[in-house]
Design a protein around this ligand. Structure first.
Ligand SMILES: O=C(O)CCC(=O)C(=O)O
Ligand SMILES: [Fe+2]
Length: 360
């Protein structure tokens, strides 16, 4: 497998902390040794779960990493949360100022003679909100998504206009971008509480490993996630989860949907940049319902809850609160879908009850 060779060549092999380098090698060796062909894009059988968005028009201004860098500085100025992550420690590093994030991204892939590789940080930012002068200046939203009556997307108010006097506030799709250093590995996780994620790949070579939210996969993932033991590793996910699909992205700016509840892990082979938008889609409803049931079953067994599990379930229901507003908007937008509409309405009411019960 070419990616295994790439991982063992400069700049990844000398620019990456040994812990990350070892882990990446093991993951890629494991993938290379699989006996069954894994559906993969852009070079393999068609994917069943991940949806690639092919736009027929090309009238968009292409997003560029410089837009995301502008967003990063604006977020630092506004004190917005950008989910700074230390990839070696596999944990949050929000105390780092923006210049350290930039320094780490620039040094990733370098082997500074005078610095011990163990001292080089591997920091990236996972949720940089768009700003008026950055991605807010680019129309990224595919027409297919914009015109779909069974989809709503997250929006936020953004100040646009070069100088303060002429600036206005506009409601724009709430893109949140990710800048990751060479050799970064993000372990298996789900984002949101059943909503999908529209991803626009902007730059870099990245390998996405994705697993559909089948009852089997969600059960294994959530049980492991809540066990309080070591985090669920990418290697364990490859062994234990079903229906893996791979996406290898490089120079081409691909847009795709990770459907609600998709468990995913990501390897960054060259400095990477992409952006994501939360979508609430009618077809996600069954999964959102399933995820909510699993989480509330866990909450309803206090004897099995420890503080970490309790807090992670609480976080889920806290996030669900915001997503319920999107579900309600979607329900109102597609009123002609009577039966599903009523089901969603009842589910919203039930979920609001749960949120009240958990005092969120
Ligand atoms: O690029 C990464 O390392 C993680 C990206 C990710 O999980 C996401 O954008 O949802
Ligand atoms: Fe993610």
């Amino acid at each position: 497998m070419k990616e295994y060779e790439r991982w063992n060549e400069p700049p990844i092999n000398f620019g990456t902390h040994p812990t990350l380098h070892e882990e990446g090698s093991r993951i890629l060796r494991k993938l290379a040794a699989l006996s069954l062909p894994v559906p993969s894009w852009s070079n393999g059988p068609e994917l069943k779960h991940i949806r690639i968005i092919h736009e027929d028009t090309d009238d968009h201004l292409k997003p560029d990493i410089s837009h995301v860098i502008k967003d990063l500085f604006q977020a630092a100025k506004d004190g917005d949360h950008i989910s700074t992550t230390n990839f070696v420690k596999n944990g949050p590093a929000d105390h780092n100022p923006v210049e350290i994030v930039i320094k780490s991204l620039m040094l990733s892939g370098d082997r500074p003679d005078h610095i011990d590789i163990e001292e080089v940080t591997h920091i990236g930012a996972l949720t940089i909100p768009l700003s008026g002068s950055g991605l807010g200046d680019v129309n990224l939203l595919p027409k297919q998504v914009e015109n779909d009556t069974e989809v709503v997307y997250e929006q936020r108010n953004v100040t646009v206009g070069k100088n303060k006097k002429k600036s206005i506030t506009k409601l724009l799709p709430s893109w949140a971008s990710c800048l990751s250093p060479i050799g970064a590995i993000t372990g298996p996780h789900t984002d949101y509480c059943g909503c999908s994620q529209l991803i626009q790949h902007i730059q870099g070579r990245k390998l996405w490993l994705c697993w559909p939210p089948t009852p089997h996969n969600l059960d294994i993932y959530l049980r492991k996630h809540h066990s309080g033991c070591d985090p669920f590793s990418t290697e364990e996910a490859i062994d234990q989860l079903q229906g893996m699909e791979l996406l290898l992205l490089d120079r081409k700016q691909v847009c795709f949907i990770l459907p609600g509840g998709t468990i995913h892990a990501v390897l960054t082979l060259t400095r990477g940049c992409h952006t994501g938008l939360k979508l609430c889609r009618m077809e996600d409803f069954e999964v959102a319902n399933r995820m909510c049931k699993i989480q509330s079953n866990i909450m309803n067994h206090p004897e099995r809850l420890d503080k970490n599990i309790f807090e992670s379930c609480q976080k889920f229901f806290g996030e669900l609160k915001g997503e319920l507003e999107m579900w309600d908007e979607l329900r109102k937008k597609s009123l002609n879908n009577g039966r599903v509409n009523e089901e969603i309405y009842q589910w919203i009411l039930g979920s609001e009850e749960l949120i009240k019960r958990y005092k969120l």
